[in-house]
Design a protein around this ligand. Structure first.
Ligand SMILES: Cc1ncc(COP(=O)(O)O)c(C=O)c1O
Length: 252
């Protein structure tokens, strides 16, 4: 279903729900990967209304919920559809990238089935990672750590966006993130982000072409850049080089 700047397209979603017996809907309502889109409160209500009293489960992948630095978090779908919503969260973005440990919030009947499915698939997540997450949660001030991450990411995102405004050609469009880790960039039609990727890499700048995120092979002029893992100095150098690469790109 099409994703707009304020979330899923409700008319198209209504159409799909009528056309197919949809058993579950999966979405990333907060700082979606890769676009950074956060569904507005109105869009959340629209989607919840369309799913109310249907047999469709809604999976709210909230891997980026804690990385919202806009200061205002929006309601989970669980608030509107408590019996149909499953929330998944991750420690990978807030504790350590490699930990690959997460959590699930689900209605009791679903949770019972999930536990059985998890046991059938891998018995349990690896004990060492679980223990590390447990010790951290039990003994550290996790909320304080999250606030530090939010403040850093906010500053890094602001720096990246302000440099992009200064240095990118006017025909390049990009988002102003309110959370998450990414700026989503749309290049002028006819500029291949795959080629930008190859040229930027030669300058030691890594960007992610957008096409693999599209189900229909589209997005050839889109790319995702990451502000979470760079120092202010690296962000400056990276954006300067990327702007130069884009400016020098031949148009097809
Ligand atoms: C939307 C989304 N959900 C989940 C994950 C993965 O989280 P984990 O590391 O816990 O598997 C990612 C990671 O990139 C993500 O972007």
């Amino acid at each position: 279903v099409l994703l707009h700047e304020d979330g899923l397209d409700p008319a198209q979603f209504a159409h799909e729900l009528k056309a197919y017996p949809i058993r579950f809907f999966y979405g990333v309502p907060n700082s979606q990967n890769p676009s950074g889109v956060t569904y507005s409160e109105q869009r959340r209500k629209d989607i919840a209304e369309l799913l109310r009293d249907k047999e469709t489960l809604l999976i709210e992948d909230d891997a980026y919920g804690e990385l919202n630095f806009a200061g205002k978090s929006l309601p989970s779908f669980r608030q509107y559809l408590p019996e149909q919503t499953i929330i998944t969260g991750s420690f990978s973005k807030i504790l350590a990238p490699g930990i690959r440990m997460g959590w699930v919030v689900a209605p009791p009947a679903v949770m019972e089935q999930l536990v059985i499915a998890k046991q059938a698939s891998d018995l349990h997540s690896n004990y060492l990672s679980q223990r590390i997450a447990y010790e951290y949660l039990a003994h550290e001030d996790f909320d304080a750590k999250i606030r530090i991450i939010q403040a850093r990411y906010k500053a890094q995102a602001e720096q990246m966006v302000s440099l992009m405004k200064e240095l990118m050609p006017a025909s390049v469009r990009f988002t102003t993130p309110q959370g998450g880790m990414f700026v989503w960039v749309t290049l002028p039609e006819g500029i291949s982000s795959m080629e930008v990727f190859e040229r930027a890499l030669k300058e030691d700048v890594a960007v992610l072409p957008g096409t693999p995120f599209y189900t229909d092979g589209g997005g050839k002029n889109t790319l995702r850049i990451n502000f979470s893992n760079s120092t202010p100095e690296k962000i400056r150098v990276g954006i300067e080089r990327l702007a130069r690469v884009i400016r020098d790109m031949p148009r097809s």
